[in-house]
Write a protein that binds this ligand. Structure first.
Ligand SMILES: Nc1ncnc2c1ncn2[C@@H]1O[C@H](COP(=O)(O)OP(=O)(O)O)[C@@H](O)[C@H]1O
Ligand SMILES: [Mg+2]
Length: 295
């Protein structure tokens, strides 16, 4: 496997799928939840339901996300994971007919309140999409875009922020000589996704939402993104949607399993430390899903 020479032994070990046997949780990234459980509460949703017109897409979801942890949302296609993810930075506001009920608290403040500045909210809660979407401009301008829009004009400060963001996104060394010459579109897929992560980091967020951020990437680029996520969680809170259960097992501290009710509305079946969800789920539905009997 080509990745073997690029990644140190512990990362390779985390690539293995944890099996349903007890006692396997120790090799899984999600096993270190003791740290996450003691950090402060970053996000809490309370009875969140989301509908499109009169079709309910997400029903009554209450869950918590600790600061500097990674929450993975898993579940079959159509179970409302993306819809739910979008409630954290009010991206559903952009969809005509979408309606969000319940509370979504960020640092204790309900962000569904109409008085909340959506621009500021989306700065604090950045988003990375499935398809990398760099702007058709230079690497530098891609990263400087957000800070410029917030009014940062000081050349030296911008240079610094661009460099810091690219370093944090593990892209700096690969692009530092081409910053102003090369277009964001000229990078490889994996580099484009790291550029998009750098663009989010440049707005100095607290929370990063990622909707299947690696599903369009090759396996080596995927591992780089996963490794980057583990680095980023030292400073940021991350919520990731993934249909790749091995990925959820490798990167996340906590996993939330969604599925669909008889009326097709998505709901949360159970949530818990990733190591436990993948080895000893409480619910039969979860067990069926992670063992591949459904979805
Ligand atoms: N913009 C939209 N307008 C109408 N229905 C939508 C929209 N986005 C998603 N849905 C519906 O909401 C449900 C949940 O979708 P989604 O959140 O994308 O699920 P997942 O990410 O788990 O695959 C699906 O039935 C989907 O068709
Ligand atoms: Mg989705």
């Amino acid at each position: 496997m080509p990745a073997a020479s690029l990644y140190p032994e512990p990362v390779m070990r985390r690539m293995e799928m944890p099996t349903a046997r007890a006692g396997r949780a120790d090799g899984v990234a999600g096993a270190d939840t003791a740290v996450a459980a003691t950090s402060e509460l970053k996000i809490a949703t309370e009875h969140v339901s989301i509908s499109y017109g009169d079709k309910v897409a997400v029903r009554d979801v209450s869950l918590e996300v600790r600061a500097r942890s990674i929450l993975a949302l898993i579940g079959p296609s159509g179970s409302g994971k993306s819809t739910f993810l979008r409630c954290f930075n009010r991206m559903n506001d952009l969809i005509p007919g979408a309606k969000v009920q319940g509370r979504v608290c960020l640092d204790g403040e309900d962000v569904t309140d109409p008085d909340v500045s959506v621009v500021e909210l989306r700065r604090r809660v950045g988003m990375v999409f499935q398809r990398p979407n760099p702007f058709p401009m230079s690497l530098y301008e891609n990263v400087a875009y957000g800070p410029r829009r917030r009014g940062m004009n000081d050349r030296r400060k911008l240079d610094e922020l661009v460099e810091t963001s690219l370093r944090r996104a593990a892209l700096w060394d690969e692009v530092k000589d081409d910053l102003r010459r090369k277009s964001g579109l000229a990078l490889s897929g994996g580099q484009q996704q790291r550029l998009c992560i750098a663009r989010v980091l440049a707005t100095e967020p607290d929370v990063i939402l990622m909707d299947e951020p690696a599903s369009a990437l090759d396996p080596v680029s995927t591992l780089r993104i996963e490794e980057l996520m583990r680095e980023l969680k030292e400073n940021y809170t991350i919520v990731i949607v993934t249909h790749n259960m091995q990925q959820a097992a490798r990167v996340s501290d906590v996993t939330a399993f969604f599925t669909m009710a008889d009326d097709r509305a998505g709901y949360l079946v159970e949530t818990g430390p990733t190591g436990r969800i993948f080895t000893r789920p409480t619910e039969r539905l979860t067990e069926d899903y992670i063992s591949g009997r459904f979805g």
